[in-house]
Design a protein around this ligand. Structure first.
Ligand code: M6R
Length: 630
């Protein structure tokens, strides 16, 4: 959950490290710190402060400007509260070695006991400080080899970690290691970078390297070496970053979240690009290796994800079942992991994750694989752990999502699921264009060619329809302000509108810190209607014209109105709605695609509510963007 940056080169390290931390601040923002080297044998320059990055910046003096190499950390506290002393870096006893850490060292209690017995003094409540002392001892024992010290120590650690360390005796070298936690290398000319994600160095280099599990990386200004924990050199995979550097900037918007809401038409278009023809034929070459299996060997899909990505899965389930005729279940990754699920090789597990690093999702994926399931991931972050450990991946092309509240990631995940559902239908019918045994038609009920064509052209039309929804943002923001003092907001939906309602409630909780709940319309009378009081805002998502549940939803709206609710209805322009207090109109589309349009106003509602209540929109309290601990 923390953000980690390392830089070694010929530039002013402090500028690059702090700039990288600013770009990673979304990962954790309760304290920050840096450790820079200052020439061989000279004491490290270390500063750390509780609170936002600005607190650290104001504590830095001119001495920090002389360094060309160092590490920086922005923290989301796990062990020990957000105080100056718990902030990273942590130092060895002699103060010559500094380490920063993302993750949790599960055996830190026993390590600390051992270190205390050896006479080490501790100045924080963190799990990380034990690593600093272990590294300091190992460095001395092995005659001053920081990489070897890192390898020795990593073998002793249990849990998840990304570690970066510097030592004042070897000022140009940074050593990193990772296990179940992200670390990427940015390869520059005469300079190299290490970071939790590419956003930290994207403005300096587009060349990156992925690191595998239990690998140690040693960077100097001119060299990058990767080894395993036994010191054997390994070939790290290089790749070019396709994200635009400007994509990780606010670009004139007041908040990243608002910018990302407005980027949704492009994010959807990019995710569809080259993958679908108007005929509805889907091209997903990344699935070719599993096309035969998808056609004949899969009879159940199980989607595993967390938070907003879980809601994407709930929405995608409807398309998978309707268009591909395959049973689809969706489960919270954090719950799945601790069950004894009945899975077999005929189950395809689909994990969904923007970051590709969510620990609950990763562990669920491993659990599913250990039970024999095949695994596909839908992910936005190239080279992250979840896609690396899956049999195949469909990348969404949403670009960097910086705001903690997920917006464009959700819409692109849903689009990826739509593409996947159409593809599954195609391979079942042998119309995927893959001339193999996959062409043996099975008994699944899938779309006809004309139905697929209609959906294909609807999907391609979605970016401009989202643009139309975005034209209503100002009116939506104004309407939202009227509910500033509401104590509770309820969201109502049926069918695909139900997961959309859940998403609307999640967005409001995390941003506005308000009680919010999403309900299935049919459940209302089974309990939730008791929550309605005079003036309770209820946002209801109306199914489109022709839907068999349209009238049922209209009745639900009447029921809550009759009990004093203030009802805001989201409906498409073709659909009649009962008299309401406020109507949000979205363009008409296929029923299963409607969430792509109806969720956008819900995002804007939560955004504005956070703003008007004086909350930090991009970095809401207690949260972090990438949840890399369980
Ligand atoms: O990176 P992931 O998509 O795996 O993240 C999953 C959730 O942590 C994430 O969607 C979270 O719920 C968001 N803060 C919601 O806005």
């Amino acid at each position: 959950m923390c953000g980690i940056v390392g830089y070694t080169g010929d530039k002013k390290a402090i500028d690059i490290v702090v700039d990288g931390l600013r770009r990673l601040e979304y990962r954790g923002y309760d304290s920050a710190g840096v450790a820079l080297t200052n020439g061989e044998g000279k004491p490290l320059l270390v500063e750390k402060r509780a609170g936002k990055l600005g607190n650290l910046e104001s504590a830095l003096d001119s001495r920090f400007g002389s360094s060309h190499s160092g590490i920086g950390h922005t923290r989301w506290a796990t062990h020990g509260g957000p105080t100056d002393s718990n902030a990273h870096p942590h130092l060895s006893d002699d103060g010559k070695l500094a380490v920063i850490h993302n993750g949790i060292i599960e055996n830190y209690v026993e390590l600390k006991k051992e270190l205390l017995a050896k006479g080490h003094a501790f100045s924080s409540e963190t799990d990380t400080e034990s690593v600093a002392h272990l590294l300091g001892d190992a460095f001395k024992e092995n005659g001053g080899d920081l990489a070897e010290a890192m390898r020795m120590v990593c073998k002793r650690l249990r849990g998840s970690f990304t570690l970066l360390a510097v030592h004042s005796d070897d000022p140009k070298r940074i050593v990193g290691a990772r296990r179940n936690s992200p670390l990427v290398v940015g390869v520059g000319k005469g300079e190299n970078f290490l970071a939790s994600d590419v956003a930290a160095f994207i403005s300096s280099t587009k060349s990156a390297m992925e690191l595998g599990q239990d690998q140690v990386v040693i960077v100097t200004p001119s060299d990058v070496t990767v080894t395993d924990l036994d010191g054997k050199k390994v070939e790290a995979k290089s790749y070019e970053i396709t994200w635009d550097a400007a994509a990780a900037e606010r670009g004139g918007f007041q908040h990243f979240m608002l910018k990302e809401i407005f980027e949704q038409p492009k994010a959807i278009a990019d995710t569809l690009l080259g993958r679908i023809e108007e005929s509805g034929k889907v091209s997903l070459p990344e699935l070719e290796s599993m096309a035969d299996a998808l056609a004949t060997d899969v009879d159940r899909i199980l989607i595993l994800a967390c938070g907003t990505a879980f809601h994407a899965g709930l929405i995608g389930k409807y398309a998978i079942e309707a268009w591909a005729g395959i049973a689809c279940d969706v489960e919270l990754a954090s719950e799945f992991r601790y069950r004894r699920p009945v899975l077999d090789p005929r189950t395809l597990v689909v994990t969904i994750s923007q970051s590709g690093e969510t620990m609950d999702t990763l562990m669920a994926l491993r659990h599913a694989k250990s039970l024999g399931a095949k695994a596909l991931s839908i992910c936005n972050t190239h080279g992250s752990t979840i896609p690396r450990e899956s049999d195949a991946v469909i990348y969404t092309h949403g670009g960097p999502e910086i705001a903690v509240a997920s917006t464009k990631a959700l819409l692109t995940q849903v689009i990826a699921l739509h593409l996947f559902a159409l593809y599954l239908g195609q391979v079942s019918q042998g119309t995927s264009g893959k001339p193999s045994s996959a062409s043996s038609k099975n008994s699944r009920s899938t779309l006809s060619a004309s139905e697929a064509k209609k959906i294909g052209s609807e999907l391609l039309g979605l970016p401009s329809k989202v643009e139309q929804v975005l034209e209503t943002v100002e009116a939506l923001r104004e309407m939202t302000r009227g509910f500033k003092d509401a104590t509770s907001v309820l969201f109502l939906g049926r069918h695909v509108g139900f997961p959309s309602a859940l998403e609307g409630a999640l967005k409001l909780k995390e941003l506005a810190y308000m009680h919010a709940e999403g309900f299935a319309g049919g459940e209302l009378k089974h309990g939730p209607i008791a929550l309605i009081e005079n003036g309770t805002p209820v946002i209801a998502i109306m199914p489109p014209l022709g839907s068999e549940i349209r009238e049922k939803m209209a009745s639900n709206i009447q029921e809550v109105k009759a009990r004093g609710a203030h009802v805001i209805v989201i409906a498409d322009t073709a659909t009649d709605i009962p008299a309401t207090d406020f109507a949000i109109r979205v363009p008409a589309t296929d029923e299963l695609l409607q969430p792509i349009l109806s969720i956008v106003p819900l995002q804007v509602f939560a955004y504005e509510m956070a703003l008007v209540r004086g909350n930090d929109v991009d970095q809401p309290r207690n949260l972090a963007k990438s949840v890399t601990v369980e």
